[in-house]
Design a protein around this ligand. Structure first.
Ligand code: FE2
Length: 362
C-alpha cells in the first residue's frame, strides 16, 4: 500500500479526558515535570470544555474536562473515567488524508472542519480507533497561534524531568479483537506489523496476553495492541477492560536520555512505580551484559533492563495514574534496542499481578 497517500507527520498531541482538568494539569506539572503552555475555557470563548496544554520535550499533553453534565464528553467520562481521548496526528492536507482513510475503511467520528481565531485557521477531522479512542488529523499550516484556535497562552514553567518524546502508545482491546485492530491500522493508516508477542512470550503462572506492535511507515509512531489470553486467573488486560468499560489506551511510553535522572525526579515528586523483587537483579547483569548506567542506581530505583541484538534498553512503569486501574506511563531509555523489553515481561507482569491481587481482581 502506498504510504504517501496518508503521510502522518508526527503526533501533534495526546488529549486526556479527565474529571477535573485544573487538578490533572497540576498533577502532570508537579509530578511529571510538564510545563503549561496554554488554556482554553469559558474565559477564552470556549463554553463546553476547559483544556490545559502541557509540554515537555516534543510531547504535548492536553487535559480536558466537560463543563456541564449535558456535554457528550460527560457520558464518556462516566463510562471510562480519566484516560486518553484522542491521539492527534499532524498532517499537511486534512481533506486528502481523511478522504483516503475513509476510502480505506476508516470509521468516521467527524468530517473535516475549520477552527479559526485571530492567529489563523486550522483544519481538523476525527476518525475512530479502538474503544472510544479517536485519531484527529490536524493541519496547522495556516496557523500561527500558541496551540490551536480558542487557546490563550497561560504559562506555568516547570524545571522538567528530562522527558523528551513519545516512544509508543499501547492499546488494550477485547479478547479476539487484536488482529482486527492490527488490520485496521494496516489498512486505514498504512501501518505495518513491527513485531508481535504471543501468550508463550507473555505469560506468568496465572495470566497471559498477546500483543501486536503496529508501526507507522517511518517507524516513528508505534502502537502496540494487546488482548487478554486465557490463563488460570484474570489477565491484567481483562482487569483494564472491566475497569475502563471497554478498549482504550493502556500506557503512554515516554523516552528520556537519562532514566536515572528522570526516575529520581519523578520519585521525589511522588510518582509511584511498579517494583520487581530484589531477585530480579541477581541474574540481571549476567543476562544483559555491559550496561553503562550506574548498576546500584538502577537497582535502587527499580529500573528494568533488557538487551537484544541491536543494543539494550532501560524501562520502568508507573502504577495506574487513576483510581481505576487503567492508564499508566512507561519511562524508557533506548541504547540501541528498538524492542519492548521482552526479557522483562515475566517479572513485570508478576509485579502487576501482585497489584491486581491487592485490588481483589486476580
Ligand atoms: Fe510499553
Amino acid at each position: 500500500m502506498p504510504d504517501e497517500c496518508l503521510p502522518l507527520k508526527a503526533i501533534h498531541h495526546v488529549e486526556l479526558l479527565v474529571g477535573n482538568a485544573k487538578q490533572a494539569a497540576y498533577f502532570y506539572r508537579h509530578a511529571f515535570g510538564f510545563s503549561q503552555l496554554a488554556y482554553a475555557g469559558p474565559e477564552t470563548g470556549i463554553r463546553e470544555q476547559a483544556s490545559y496544554v502541557l509540554y515537555q520535550g516534543s510531547i504535548r499533553l492536553v487535559v480536558s474536562t466537560p463543563l456541564t453534565p449535558q456535554d457528550p464528553m460527560a457520558d464518556h467520562l462516566r463510562r471510562h473515567g480519566d484516560g486518553v481521548l484522542d491521539i492527534a496526528f499532524l498532517v499537511d492536507d486534512v481533506d486528502a488524508c481523511f478522504a483516503e482513510a475513509v476510502r480505506r475503511g476508516a470509521n468516521v467520528a467527524l468530517a473535516p472542519y475549520d477552527r479559526v481565531d485571530k492567529f489563523g485557521r486550522i483544519r481538523r477531522a476525527k476518525i475512530r480507533a479502538y474503544g472510544d479512542t479517536l485519531h484527529s488529523l490536524i493541519s496547522t499550516v495556516d496557523y500561527n497561534g500558541p496551540f490551536l484556535p480558542g487557546y490563550q497562552v497561560r504559562r506555568r514553567p516547570s524545571p522538567g524531568a528530562g522527558l523528551e518524546r513519545i516512544d509508543h502508545i499501547v492499546g488494550n482491546v477485547e479478547d479476539g479483537r487484536m488482529n482486527d485492530w492490527g488490520t485496521y491500522y494496516n489498512k486505514v493508516l498504512g501501518f505495518h506489523q513491527f513485531m508481535s508477542f504471543d501468550d508463550k512470550d507473555i505469560s506468568t503462572d496465572f495470566s497471559a496476553l498477546r500483543s501486536q506492535v503496529m508501526a507507522a511507515p517511518n517507524d516513528m509512531i508505534k502502537f502496540p495492541i494487546n488482548e487478554p489470553a486465557p490463563g488460570k486467573r484474570k489477565s491484567q488486560i481483562q482487569e483494564y477492560l472491566d475497569s475502563n468499560g471497554g478498549a482504550g489506551v493502556q500506557h503512554v511510553a515516554v523516552a528520556t536520555r537519562d532514566i536515572i535522572h528522570t526516575v529520581s525526579v519523578l520519585r521525589d515528586n511522588g510518582v509511584e512505580f511498579l517494583m520487581v523483587p530484589g531477585s530480579y537483579y541477581e541474574k540481571l547483569w549476567e543476562r544483559v551484559g555491559d550496561v553503562h548506567e550506574d548498576h546500584q542506581a538502577i537497582r535502587d530505583l527499580g529500573i528494568l533492563v533488557d538487551r537484544d541484538e541491536k543494543g539494550y534498553l532501560l524501562q520502568i512503569f508507573t502504577k495506574p495514574l487513576e483510581d481505576r486501574p487503567t492508564l499508566f506511563f512507561e519511562i524508557i531509555q533506548r541504547q540501541g534496542s528498538d524492542a519492548f523489553g521482552k526479557g522483562n515481561f515475566k517479572a513485570l507482569f508478576e509485579a502487576i499481578e501482585r497489584e491486581q491481587a491487592a485490588r481483589g481482581n486476580l
